[in-house]
Design a protein around this ligand. Sequence first.
Ligand SMILES: Nc1ncnc2c1ncn2[C@@H]1O[C@H](COP(=O)(O)OP(=O)(O)O)[C@@H](O)[C@H]1O
Ligand SMILES: [Mg+2]
Length: 242
Amino acid sequence: MTAPSGASVGAVRDVPTARASIVSLSDVHRDYPIGAELVHALRGVSLEVERGDYVSIVGPSGCGKSTLLNLVGVIDQPTSGTVAIAGKRVDAMTDREATSFRLHNIGFVFQRFYLMPTLSALENVELPMAEAKVSARERNARAAKLLEYVGLGARQHHRPSELSGGEQQRVAIARALANRPALMLADEPTGERDAKTGAEIIALFRQLNADGTTMIVVTHDEDLANAARRKIHMRDGRIVQE
Ligand SMILES: Nc1ncnc2c1ncn2[C@@H]1O[C@H](COP(=O)(O)OP(=O)(O)O)[C@@H](O)[C@H]1O
Ligand SMILES: [Mg+2]
């Protein structure tokens, strides 16, 4: 899955995590340099998430939730500490290794969906499969199935601008599932959406988790947070209670 060039180094760095653990963080710090100052966004976070679990992360704005999720999503790297996903160290990967790892292991849903505006719903969902070199025929069939799964079977050929906010988020969820990730991450996925959309996303995430996907969801939406099996509270760069 990772680039062969990194395999030998990666193998040495791989950590023996508990078999059930899909996410393992140990004493993770993340500092952002702002001019001469350092913002301590994470101040020593350790966390284990078991395969199949459904975790929500809550806490006040600025407490480090997105920073933490980005490290788990291999979008960012810690200043110190270790991050392992599915037993593989991801905290010091090259960009290439990280891109490949994300493509095959992680689905990420953002508050702003980041769909391609010129592509149809179907084409948007096909994109990550094209990157993973899935054949045109297979990705077309799977994209259609995924849109059915998220309740958008009748909207395949619509462009994002022709869909409601809730529908666009469901396309983004289908896209995140394209390469069958074991781990699904969502950062404020119900952000500015209405209550009906919130309820739809809650139902969809429950289904996804029931179908075997490990879920980690950052949210300020109480209903969405309570839909998880385990709720993690953060404050000032730390996990404060569970
Ligand atoms: N790219 C960045 N550069 C500098 N500071 C950042 C950056 N991203 C986040 N921060 C700071 O790190 C802290 C945690 O931010 P964040 O993880 O986005 O919080 P949350 O998602 O809980 O609202 C905040 O003080 C924020 O201003
Ligand atoms: Mg955030």
